[in-house]
Write a protein that binds this ligand. Structure first.
Ligand SMILES: Cc1cc2nc3c(=O)[nH]c(=O)nc-3n(C[C@H](O)[C@H](O)[C@H](O)COP(=O)(O)OP(=O)(O)OC[C@H]3O[C@@H](n4cnc5c(N)ncnc54)[C@H](O)[C@@H]3O)c2cc1C
Length: 451
């Protein structure tokens, strides 16, 4: 008889694991049953800001694989089915059909928890009003579209993190007056050091965003059930639409209730094979805590890049193969209009908080040879260990072609290189692509000479 893999969560981590396990093992050996409480599977949340901005034409464009397509590949997907409990003693899950309300109990031989993360919503008065939402699912994007169709003119984004920035850019593109309210004194506070965020502030303000830094939200003014303003310590800000982007917390409650260990970060604790502490129970994606390769600590870094890799790794191991997940560096990239923003590893502030003796160096550089048309300026910040010169992190903010240079720095960081070693790396050069000294080499060289 076939063994049964039950998956909770039908998006990036869950369905990548399902597809990988299916590739490796036939349905005769392994039955795969995935429960998803929403109506869609395998959708690209990362594309939602560009859907509301109109750059992506239709919601269906963001769906990589529908439930029917999964079924055709031998993966039994049940949408609108929510897993409400896990019993590791009897190796069963309790499932509620959200359309009929009916509950049933299903046995598993292997269980993968891939429940993702939820947006943080503080208990502000009025937060449940119509027009106050998060952008996490296609259903949320549809609500934004409805608000725009109803004539919304004033939008407020709460939080100037990377999702807040992407949402603000795209609402601006739709012709709305956009305010961004941020408690910290600089945007991208969880991504960049303040000295690198200056260019982001300038880009947002010169694009016409009403950016209110150092401002705390206290609640919402609501009229007839609809939001009309965001209340702040500095007074109200008019709004018919509010998008909250305050970061996420791992959906680990099901695991915790089943006695599966959850870390201080709030993510499910897994080993490098994505095994939890319970027998035959695995977890992957935004719901787990991953080992940070620099600090060694368990962190929840809710990124699609990790969810896909972890799903693949879990699927391989569940199917009887051998794969390990190597940890995370927090490498991330985004843009605001023409400004590209990227980081990897630790910021200067994070390195200090981790107790590392670090120093930082900022280098101004050009994306192409100075004489070649279209050269754009960029700033590269390198954070390194004072004693050894070991790279600890990097940030890049600049024009076209700046951002993806972070991957060279991430590769060096992944491999434990020092800034001395990096300054001599054999990187490509031709005038249309870089100056003879690529910005990465320049930045590493400047940091090395400071040592
Ligand atoms: C607007 C936006 C932009 C983003 N941009 C980027 C980007 O540019 N780059 C990047 O790397 N990452 C980005 N991300 C993050 C990325 O989308 C997530 O890291 C990724 O989707 C995580 O995949 P996951 O499978 O772990 O979780 P999810 O995608 O959250 O999927 C979890 C699924 O589990 C289901 N579920 C939860 N509990 C239950 C239950 N009890 N029973 C049944 N089903 C359940 C949920 O309905 C959900 O569909 C972005 C996210 C958002 C919201």
């Amino acid at each position: 008889m076939a063994r049964r893999l039950v998956i909770i969560g039908g998006d990036a981590a869950g369905m990548t694991a399902a597809a990988q396990a299916r590739r490796m093992v036939s349905a005769d050996e392994l039955e795969i049953l995935a429960f998803e409480r929403g109506s869609r599977t395998s959708y690209a949340a990362c594309g939602l800001p560009y859907l509301i901005g109109g750059l992506v034409e239709a919601p269906a464009d963001l769906v990589a694989r529908t439930p029917e397509e999964h079924r055709a590949k031998g993966i039994d997907v049940r949408i609108r089915h929510e897993v409400t409990a896990i019993d590791t003693q009897t190796a069963t899950v309790t499932v509620r059909n959200l359309d009929t309300g009916q509950e049933s109990v299903t046995h598993y031989d292997e269980l993968l928890i891939a429940t993702g993360a939820s947006g943080i919503t503080p208990p502000w008065p009025g937060i449940d009003a119509e027009g106050v939402l998060q952008l996490r699912t296609l259903a949320d994007a549809a609500k934004v579209e409805q608000a725009l169709a109803a004539g919304t003119r004033h939008a407020v984004v709460v939080g100037a993190g990377y999702i807040g920035l992407e949402v603000a850019e795209n609402l601006l593109a739709r012709g709305l007056a956009v305010s961004v309210i941020e408690k910290l004194d600089a945007p991208m506070g969880a991504v960049l050091d303040a000295d690198m965020a200056v260019a982001v502030t300038d880009a947002m303000r010169s694009a016409g965003i009403d950016l209110r830094l150092g401002t705390s939200v206290t609640g919402f003014t609501v009229s007839d059930g609809r939001v009309t303003a965001v209340e702040t310590e500095a007074g109200p800000v008019k709004a018919n639409l509010v998008v909250i982007g305050l970061g996420v917390r791992a959906n680990s409650e099901l695991a915790r209730a089943a006695g599966i260990a959850v870390g201080e970060s709030g993510g499910i604790i897994v080993d490098d094979h994505l095994r939890t502490g319970a027998p035959h129970v695995w977890a992957a994606g935004d719901c787990v805590e991953s080992r940070h390769r620099i600090t060694g600590r368990g962190v929840v870094l809710a990124l699609g890049t990790h969810a896909n890799k972890q799903g693949r790794c879990a699927g391989t191991n569940i199917a009887g193969g051998e794969a390990t997940f190597g940890g995370v560096l927090g490498t991330a990239i985004t843009k605001f209009k023409h400004l590209e923003i990227a980081r990897t590893g630790l910021t200067e502030r994070e390195a200090a908080a981790a107790g590392l003796d670090a120093f930082a160096e900022i280098t101004e550089a050009s994306s192409r040879a100075g004489y070649y048309p279209g050269a754009q300026s960029m700033r590269v910040k390198v954070v390194a260990e004072r004693q050894t010169g070991r790279l600890l992190g990097a940030q890049i903010v600049g024009g076209e072609d700046a951002g993806k240079r972070i991957d060279v720095l991430a590769t060096a960081l992944w491999n434990g290189m020092t800034v001395h070693e990096m300054s001599g790396m054999d990187l490509s050069y031709a005038p249309p692509f870089s100056p003879v000294w690529d910005p990465v080499l320049l930045a590493a060289g400047k940091a090395a000479s400071k040592l």
